[in-house]
Design a binder for this molecule. Sequence first.
Ligand SMILES: [Zn+2]
Length: 274
Amino acid sequence: MMMWFETGVALAAAGVYYSYRYAWWRPALSYSFPRILMYHMIKKHQGGKFRGLRVSPKIFEKQVKYLAENGWHFFTMRELITQRESLPPKAIALTFDDGYEDNYTHAFPILQKYGAKATIYLVVERHGREWSSKRKSKNNSGELMHEPKLTDAQIEEMLASGLVEIGSHTMTHDNLSRLDEKGKHHEIADAKRAIEERFGIRCDAFCYPFGIFDEKDAALVEAAGYTNATTTQAGIDDLRSADLYRLRRITVSGKDNFLAFWLKLRTGKRGVKK
Ligand SMILES: [Zn+2]
């Protein structure tokens, strides 16, 4: 008798835990609202920090395959914005922040295999640069600095495929909240010009480093001529009514199992908190 009671209590506790962790009861948001997914590295995590930033190639392929086979339509950020009044249901944009080399070596072959489009937010001066400490000084491990970044030739090859759009993630991935007007202008406007001149393209999409920005930064992004900007805030927006300079995204973490990925696609978040 006692054991049954204890089992019951344990099951109820597990139920509460999974309900809180996965919020499975939440209804899916309308599929007329496009999903914007945020990735960083497509690479197996082998110790160190930033496990969430690394989604293994095997898991990434599983996710892209699922999307391709379940009626999702891939768009780059520019396409998502210019076609926002007439998007089909289940429109999705894959975005990659920073410009890691594995976006080319690991993600690009998978994008090609499934005909999936993506947008890469490039840090213009990305090689050999430590930026994780710009948010919290204790992050100064040099780990992200040592991660290889995309070469210009790799970017050109991806651009030529028609599957990849290059957006801007500033000149140096600085923390905008610590810069004066001149510094902000350099990070935001000069990065757009540098990308456009280097690759002979239009650079319309912007992404705030660390997701940190204020009213003024959003206005500077718009004044620089970008047509849209993404944040790190978790969520899904209706592009017909959203502020295009503070778009929310769905964080795909290397810690997510497939259930978490699936739930995030439905509601923008995995559980009650994230
Ligand atoms: Zn970044």
